[in-house]
Ligand binder design. Structure first.
Ligand SMILES: *[C@@H]1O[C@H](CO)[C@@H](O)[C@H](O)[C@H]1NC(C)=O
Ligand SMILES: *[C@@H]1O[C@H](CO)[C@@H](O)[C@H](O)[C@H]1NC(C)=O
Ligand SMILES: *[C@@H]1O[C@H](CO)[C@@H](O)[C@H](O)[C@H]1NC(C)=O
Ligand SMILES: *[C@@H]1O[C@H](CO)[C@@H](O)[C@H](O)[C@H]1NC(C)=O
Ligand SMILES: *[C@@H]1O[C@H](CO)[C@@H](O)[C@H](O)[C@H]1NC(C)=O
Ligand SMILES: *[C@@H]1O[C@H](CO)[C@@H](O)[C@H](O)[C@H]1NC(C)=O
Ligand SMILES: *[C@@H]1O[C@H](CO)[C@@H](O)[C@H](O)[C@H]1NC(C)=O
Ligand SMILES: *[C@@H]1O[C@H](CO)[C@@H](O)[C@H](O)[C@H]1NC(C)=O
Ligand SMILES: *[C@@H]1O[C@H](CO)[C@@H](O)[C@H](O)[C@H]1NC(C)=O
Length: 739
């Protein structure tokens, strides 16, 4: 039952055929709803440059219009508007793709999603992606040439214009949708252009913007740390990551930076950003994602030097946002920014505009993917609650692969080439890593090297009971580019290696057909545990189950009765759940298919008979034993070490040497009826008086034996007991006299 596997390349070719068709894309499932679907749709629309400067408007509308589709009116009959509640009139307007305000967006929908928008029908909008795209187009049509406002109050006006509904509805509900939490550690570096071409009012705008971003961040050594650098003809470091651990300090230092005029050596600033971000003496943390916010007018002294240094910085695994001020030069911003460029380039026009891009940059930086490179392994920490770490990597060359591993947790890994934030709702592939089974992202086998792979690592600690079993102290995980191993798949059952089957390969999570009982578990049914009577053990992945040992050292995953969990202290299913373990998620189907009464063995042996079913006896396959006080009975052990008192058939007694019940009457000493005589050449002779019995000759001495079970007939030719009486001889009348 315990199963563990580590995989390698031989099997991969066949694995891939087994694995086809496991992608998941609920954004195209009619009727799908929920925040993860909405997040996925919005992220797609933004990252594919259909409507990248939406400033969270689409996200907010989804929540306000239909509570992300959870509102029961969302998918009502005769209304097809979906999560974004696009009625038929609004939808029909979006189909005019030649309209100047939506022409480019329509083209991008066609090139990025392969959707010919004018051919879409209203009922398609029951699919979340289509509803979101319609909302994007409808917004662009309503905005016309206006830029998208950022604040909720201004966006509320747009909402009224589009939907004809109450302004307050939007204002009161919109922020619920877009509360941003910076959940992962981030080293955030502001790189400010202080050169002569930037006016002093634009420089003040930059400082105010940077200070406001800092204000919106949770600053602490456990989440976000910031550094500030400016450049002109030279570079000035204003503060490092380890200088300030409070917002107020960092903010005030930022606002007091002086402008120094001079040339625009952007590449110097970028180079210094690289050394600062990856140096522990500057307070940079190895387990934090690295983000640079470059604020500049993009008029550097050397475009190619800027491009080169920006490229090197990004190659280290840094996400670069380029924010343009003044009369900015767009192509330089684009060369500096990370991919997808449209969501990493922003423009800052005036002080009023800061608020408009603040939420967006806060969300974008906080949710930026951590980059895995050949030289940078990502290490994460697991907590009691599930945490998601968004990461990305380039598909490595054919000698390497990407692997995720953990010693004390469970990782669900979602992978996509197209969606920057894959998850349960949207992914091309999913994998699971458990303590003995790292996940190898075999999807890299089929993709050209250099392809960007978006990876979400959703990790949680092993439950306390399982962690205790493994002496866990190190709750970490890693994701990195590793040399490809030679493929070996090791299959273990009950702790013993055995050859693998095809279905093992599937179960080994090369394909991850999710089956609960496939989690690797060390077999706790060791001889020493059995001898100590420790027959029930926690099942590491689910407190509603436990591992029941039989006395032969096999383990069985067994369910506790409905509604109770396994108590690790008493080793019983009880009403107190083990130390803080989660509420059982009962799986009805599992539960019904297993007999939940089997967990309390009642020893059937009466107290005056010792239990001979010891671990050592069972290990030697000694399942039958003499009954100490009654020769017509014997003791039969089962695999659970239970001893069952059994009676021999009438007029037979237990023979330990024959390992069965034998005729009590000694055949060779019969006083009446026919007797049998042993000959050297024939060791088994039929009992002439009883077709259910035979005589066994040992050293010319015949002993009567009854077939076991006694309903069988002795076959004198084959010399075995069988179902059919093949002995044609009639029973002589003289037999009746003897017992
Ligand atoms: C469409 O995509 C291109 C780049 O792929 C981008 O420059 C353009 O702004 C996009 N259109 C819209 C409306 O966002
Ligand atoms: C759709 O919504 C718009 C804007 O609120 C409204 O003017 C129009 O009458 C609605 N159309 C239908 C068919 O309900
Ligand atoms: C991550 O962990 C690995 C192995 O535990 C270690 O070699 C590496 O230095 C760590 N990397 C970082 C960035 O902490
Ligand atoms: C920037 O540099 C990269 C790599 O050095 C190069 O591939 C790219 O074409 C350059 N971009 C521009 C706009 O010159
Ligand atoms: C996590 O769970 C362990 C074991 O159940 C417990 O000892 C620890 O206090 C928990 N930690 C937090 C932060 O809840
Ligand atoms: C934690 O476990 C990882 C392997 O999962 C190992 O590389 C690392 O060195 C361990 N760290 C400590 C502090 O034991
Ligand atoms: C856990 O620790 C105990 C006591 O130190 C030790 O006997 C046992 O072998 C350890 N188990 C594992 C899986 O390392
Ligand atoms: C399991 O059994 C219960 C009661 O015996 C029944 O109500 C329920 O429908 C069953 N579930 C499944 C999935 O068969
Ligand atoms: C469960 O076990 C009891 C007692 O051994 C037996 O009577 C019953 O048929 C079993 N039920 C199932 C579903 O196996």
């Amino acid at each position: 039952m315990a199963f563990s596997a580590a995989c390698v390349a031989l099997v991969v070719a066949s694995v891939l055929t087994l694995c086809q068709g496991q992608g998941q894309d609920t954004t195209k499932t009619p009727g799908a709803f929920g925040s993860s679907v909405v997040d996925a749709v919005v992220e797609r629309i933004r990252s594919r440059c259909v409507f990248s400067e939406d400033r969270l408007f689409l996200r907010r509308v989804a929540h306000v219009a239909s509570r992300d589709g959870a509102d029961s009116a969302t998918y009502r009959p005769n209304f097809n508007g979906g999560i974004w509640k696009i009625n038929e009139t609004m939808f029909d307007a979006t189909k005019a793709c030649s309209n100047v305000y939506i022409r480019s967006a329509c083209n991008n929908i066609s090139s990025s999603f392969g959707i010919d928008w004018p051919a879409v029908t209203w009922s398609d909008l029951r699919k979340p992606l289509y509803s979101g795209l319609a909302a994007a187009l409808s917004t662009l049509l309503t905005l016309r040439s206006q830029t998208m406002p950022g604040s909720i109050t201004e966006q509320a006006d747009l909402w009224v214009k589009m939907y004809g509904e109450q302004r307050e509805t939007f204002i009161n509900n919109a922020d619920l949708a877009t509360t941003v939490e910076c959940k992962n550690k981030m080293d955030l570096l502001f790189l400010l252009d202080s050169s002569g071409s930037v006016s002093s009012s634009d420089f003040q705008l930059m400082l105010k913007f940077a200070a406001d971003v800092i204000d919106a961040m949770p600053i602490s050594t456990e989440s976000v740390l910031v550094a500030g650098i400016s450049f002109s003809s030279s570079v000035q470091i204003h503060f490092n990551f380890n200088d300030y651990s409070t917002k107020a300090q960092a903010r005030s230092k930022m606002l007091n930076i002086n402008k120094v005029s001079g040339g625009t050596y952007t590449y110097l600033g970028l180079n210094r950003a690289a050394t600062t971000l990856y140096s522990s003496s500057a307070g940079a943390r190895s387990d934090a994602k690295k983000v640079v916010v470059l604020v500049t007018d993009g008029r550097s002294s050397s475009f190619s030097a800027t491009n080169q240094s920006a490229q090197a910085l990004k190659d280290l695994g840094t996400t670069v946002f380029a924010v343009g001020v003044g009369g900015y030069r767009l192509n330089e911003l684009q060369a500096a920014a990370s991919d997808p460029i449209c969501s990493h380039v922003l423009t800052l026009i005036s002080f009023d505009h800061i608020q408009a891009i603040l939420d967006g940059i806060q969300k974008s930086t906080c949710e930026a993917n951590i980059k895995v490179t050949k030289t940078k392994v990502v290490n994460g920490t697991l907590t009691n609650t599930t945490t998601t770490t968004p990461a990305e990597a380039k598909v490595p060359g054919n000698k390497e692969t990407i692997e995720a591993s953990t010693s004390c947790g469970i990782l669900d890994i979602y992978v996509s080439t197209a969606d920057p934030k894959p998850g349960p709702a949207v992914h091309d592939d999913r994998y699971r890593a458990t303590p003995d089974a790292p996940a190898t992202l075999t999807v890299t086998e089929t993709l050209p090297s250099g392809t960007t792979l978006f990876i979400s690592v959703v990790g949680t600690r092993l439950p306390a009971s399982a962690a205790a079993l493994r002496n866990c102290s190190n709750y970490t995980w890693t994701l990195g580019v590793v040399p490809k191993k030679k493929i070996t798949v090791i299959c273990k059952e009950n702790g013993v290696r055995r050859p693998c089957t095809n279905s093992d390969v599937v179960k080994a999570k090369l394909c991850d057909k999710k089956v609960d009982s496939d989690y690797p578990v060390d077999n706790p049914c060791t001889t020493s545990n059995l001898e100590k009577g420790l027959l029930r053990h926690p099942y590491p992945y689910d407190p509603t189950k436990f591992l029941q040992c039989d006395m032969k050292g096999n383990n069985y995953i067994t369910l506790c009765p409905r509604g109770v969990t396994f108590n690790t202290r008493t080793r019983e299913c009880g009403f107190t759940s083990p130390g803080g373990a989660s509420t059982p998620q009962a799986n009805e189907q599992d539960r019904n298919s297993t007999n939940s009464t089997s967990y309390t063995p009642v020893p059937p042996v009466s107290s005056n008979v010792g239990n001979p079913c010891t671990v050592r006896a069972l290990a030697k396959n000694e399942f039958y034993h003499t009954h100490s006080s009654d020769e017509a009975k014997f003791i039969q052990c089962d695999e659970w070490g239970k001893a069952w008192v059994k009676a021999c058939a009438p007029s037979t007694i237990w023979s330990q040497s024959h390992y069965t019940c034998i005729k009590k009457a000694k055949a060779s000493t019969r006083t009446s009826g026919p007797t049998v005589t042993c000959s050297a050449s024939d060791n088994y002779l039929p009992d002439p008086c009883d077709h259910h019995a035979y005589y066994r000759c040992v050293h010319q001495q015949a002993t009567g034996v009854v077939c076991h079970p006694a309903s069988l007939f002795f076959n004198p030719v084959a010399k075995v007991c069988g179902f059919v009486d093949s002995n044609a001889a009639a029973i002589p009348a003289s037999c009746n006299a003897s017992g």
